[in-house]
Design a protein around this ligand. Structure first.
Ligand SMILES: *Cc1c(COP(=O)(O)O)cnc(C)c1O
Length: 435
């Protein structure tokens, strides 16, 4: 698989280079030059395959020239070692639970696959790999747990002080070993800006082998396509052929992967991009003006993104054709008040506790159905995290229903280890140069 930059269609780099560099010098994003079509016979019979088998078929269509079949198969078995069930709520409504990995969020798919791809490419004696990652909460936990103990790697996580939940903070700060956490006095956008500046800094690049673990890394995008195919398989098994996916979106990596799956040949009737009031994309699809803005803090804090980094990828997937894009992608935004009402509605109707991000995806399904009363498709809303990661949001009568998984209780006895920094790049750079 060769990749180009969204800022330079003529650039060509290898998959390995894109994995380790994350972002081209021109600050575009890497995208595959060619998007292969999966064998229609595979799609036709997809309900006969398991998640790891589906993952292998999809990954090998993209990566067969990069990673030999046996290695790719065992890499997938190691990375995707948990389930992604599409839980049926009613005849036509499913919640896709993507939170059964170690950090209890869908980002485990990307982070675990990426860490193992990097470890695969790291040859003995190569320079220590320094992973820099900005997180609004879930990325950091997934990356920390994905890389924990992976030889020849070190992870530095930046997170906004006071803006991640206690469980998220535990996942970021209790690891030790090759993982260090920095608590930044600022927002997620500040954290992301610091990381982006570090990647653009010549001195830091000369000194360290820097790589990113944000959703911009192409090796995180690929494994996120797996569960779209797998969900389609689960629904097809139950007699559904037309499927709508509603994706709670922040940096638009998750829905970007869904759209990549669509371009690889997955039949999807419609994608719904569901956002909170950080609604750059819904506004763009409504007005044609792409206007980023500083992020606003909401209950669904993993989606508090004013400038979604993966949007350029999605535009490229559709060759900048906004009308073509709008045929496949609908976007809605919801306030915190609506989010809370959504959580209560899901609890009332289905006796199901959804995290705030998940609730927004559900609300978007409802809205889509109101606006498209003749569309009989089954609707799947993606549950991107376990509700226990956001304990403060829930009314008491719903909060008591949340079960805390073992992954979390194991961390509670461990001490917090984090360094504090401001939002100035010089301070961050000095921190990194200290080693
Ligand atoms: C990261 C995250 C999102 C947003 O995903 P993007 O790929 O950035 O759009 C939504 N929900 C949760 C729980 C997340 O952690």
């Amino acid at each position: 698989m060769k990749l180009y930059s969204t800022n330079n269609k003529d650039l060509r780099v290898s998959f390995k280079e894109a994995v380790f560099n994350s972002m081209p010098q021109d600050k575009g994003l890497y995208m595959p030059v060619e998007i292969p079509q999966l064998d229609p016979a595979f799609i036709e019979n997809i309900e006969q395959y398991t998640l790891p088998e589906i993952a292998y078929q999809v990954a090998s269509a993209l990566l067969k020239d990069e990673i030999p079949a046996d290695d790719l198969q065992s890499l997938i078995a190691d990375a995707i070692n948990f389930e992604a069930p599409a839980v049926k709520l009613d005849d036509k409504t499913f919640v896709l639970e993507l939170f059964h990995g170690p950090s209890l969020a869908f980002k485990d798919f990307g982070a675990r696959f990426m860490s193992r791809v990097m470890a695969y490419f790291l040859k003995d004696g190569e320079q220590l790999l320094d992973v820099l990652v900005a997180t609004s909460g879930d990325t950091g936990g997934a990356v920390a747990l994905g890389f924990l103990g992976v030889p020849n790697t070190r992870v530095t996580i930046l997170y906004p002080e006071g803006k991640v939940s206690p469980i998220q903070e535990l996942q970021l700060t209790t690891n030790g070993e090759n993982i260090r956490a920095i608590e930044v006095k600022g927002t997620f956008d500040d954290c992301q800006a610091l990381v982006k500046q570090a990647f653009a800094d010549a001195e830091l690049n000369a000194r360290f082998r820097l790589t990113s673990a944000n959703s911009i890394n192409i090796s995180r995008l690929i494994p996120q396509t797996f569960y779209y195919f797998n969900t389609y398989a689960q629904l097809k098994k139950q007699g559904h052929n037309a499927v709508v996916f509603s994706v709670p979106s922040g940096n638009f990596g998750n829905i970007g992967a869904g759209l990549l799956a669509y371009k690889l040949g997955l039949p999807v009737k419609q994608f719904i991009a569901a956002t909170n009031v950080n609604d750059t994309v819904p506004r763009f699809l409504a007005t044609g003006n792409y206007e980023t803005k500083p992020s606003t803090q909401t209950y669904s804090n993993a989606m508090d993104v004013g400038a979604p980094s993966n949007w350029v990828r999605i535009m490229d997937l559709f060759n900048q054709d906004v009308e073509a894009l709008k045929k496949v992608v609908t976007a809605y935004r919801f306030t915190d008040e609506e989010t809370l009402a959504g959580i209560k509605a899901i609890d009332n109707q289905f006796n199901y506790v959804a995290c705030p991000h998940t609730a927004i995806a559900y609300l978007a399904v409802e809205k889509y159905r109101q606006e498209n009363p003749t569309d009989e498709s089954a609707a799947v809303f993606l549950s991107t995290a376990h509700a226990c990661k956001f304990p403060d949001i829930f009314p008491a009568d719903i909060a008591v229903k949340i079960e805390i998984p073992e992954q979390v209780t194991a961390l509670e006895s461990k001490p917090k280890q984090a360094d504090q920094l401001g939002v100035d790049f010089e301070g961050f750079k000095a921190y990194l140069l200290k080693g």
